[in-house]
Ligand binder design. Structure first.
Ligand SMILES: N[C@@H](CCC(=O)N[C@@H](CS)C(=O)NCC(=O)O)C(=O)O
Length: 329
């Protein structure tokens, strides 16, 4: 069985969702700590330029976006529970990953709360270190962070929600959640993808002393969060970006029957895949799969060998590119 690598940093809520899923699924994984801002020169060859974290890697298959990663690691673990509630659970998860996450960022990035946002002792903003990630240029740490996130959020996806509005809407979320998780999880006695996805923005709020009181008024939510946190992070093996690249070069991508539906491109056509929300950097490669769940592209570079990079279909746009034959015609 190929090794599982997770490219992540500790303060990231989307990364915490995946770490916690690794605990729930009982997985062993290799931890590659990235910096909290760009550049990430050892991760970019694997992700093809996709600029967010987490990114997971199983041999020569690379999974971008926590929705894609969650499905991939559930399958890797042979799990049948995470998606068992079906449509309703995945819709709750999607809403939490987008709407709830935006409420959380509006509250976390207000000036009073911001000082406590990046407070994990093992997170680095840039400059050498074990992952081999590069120095991020001049300016104070805070200036570099703000410039990085302004670049990430060029179209103002996050900035449109005022903190007062976010807190008011969150009150509604928390009241409903508190009555839903009275003695178990959102869909009953077993946790599903909905629980892990609603958890991670609340985790981020709760560990910030300025925002924690918002959640502390909801006893069932606190118990539910503690129960999920108790799954832990699985068995972590410290690793680094060079080892992850070597693993990709030494591995073959998983064999899959190409399935292409709902797009004009055919298997083997050059395509780009781009997130539609923020961090809209396109990844280019040869189309392998466009099935109802994912877009997968095959790419070959000197650093990685041939790899397949996977994205969730929802929230990503696939475009067919002119092939070199068409260009020269
Ligand atoms: N839809 C993505 C969102 C990931 C995301 O926004 N991650 C944040 C960290 S929590 C990020 O990448 N921020 C910019 C950065 O770290 O460069 C997912 O589900 O993984």
């Amino acid at each position: 069985m190929s090794k599982l690598y997770l490219h992540h940093y500790w303060t990231s809520p989307f990364c915490e969702k995946i770490r916690l899923l690794c605990g729930y699924l009982g997985l062993e994984w290799h931890s590659v700590r990235t910096t909290t801002i760009m550049p990430r020169p050892l991760l970019t060859p694997l992700s093809g330029g996709y600029r967010k974290v987490p990114v997971a890697q199983i041999g020569a298959d690379v999974y971008c976006d926590s929705s894609m990663i969650a499905r991939a690691i559930a399958e890797y673990a042979g799990d049948k529970t995470l998606y068992a509630p079906g449509f309703a659970a995945t819709r709750v998860a999607d809403t939490a990953n987008t709407d709830l996450f935006r409420l959380m960022t509006a509250l976390s990035f207000r000036p009073e709360a911001f000082g406590s946002v990046f407070n994990h002792p093992d997170d680095r903003m840039g400059g050498g270190g074990k992952s081999g990630d590069g120095e991020s240029g001049g300016g104070s740490a805070i200036e570099r962070f703000i410039a990085d996130r302004a670049d990430l959020d060029g179209k103002g996806y996050f900035m449109k929600i005022k903190p007062e509005m976010a807190q008011s809407t969150l009150l509604h979320w928390l009241t409903e959640l508190d009555s839903s998780v009275g003695s178990g999880f959102i869909f009953g006695d077993t946790p599903s993808i909905a629980d892990f996805s609603v958890y991670h923005p609340l985790w981020f709020l709760r560990k910030n002393p300025y925002n924690a009181p918002i959640i502390e008024a909801y006893p069932n939510v606190l118990r539910w969060m503690d129960t999920l946190a108790a799954f832990g992070h699985g068995r972590i093996i410290e690793s680094d970006g060079e080892a992850a690249l070597a693993e990709a070069r030494a591995s073959e991508p998983q064999k899959v029957e190409p399935v292409v539906i709902g797009v004009d491109a055919k298997p083997g056509d050059p395509v780009s895949v781009t997130p539609t929300d923020y961090g809209q950097v396109s990844v280019e490669g040869e189309l392998l799969t466009a099935d109802p769940y994912e877009f997968a592209v095959r790419r070959t570079t000197d650093e990685t060998g041939t790899i397949v990079t996977h994205f969730p279909r929802a929230g990503f746009e696939l475009k067919q590119l002119a092939s070199s034959n068409q260009e020269s015609a």
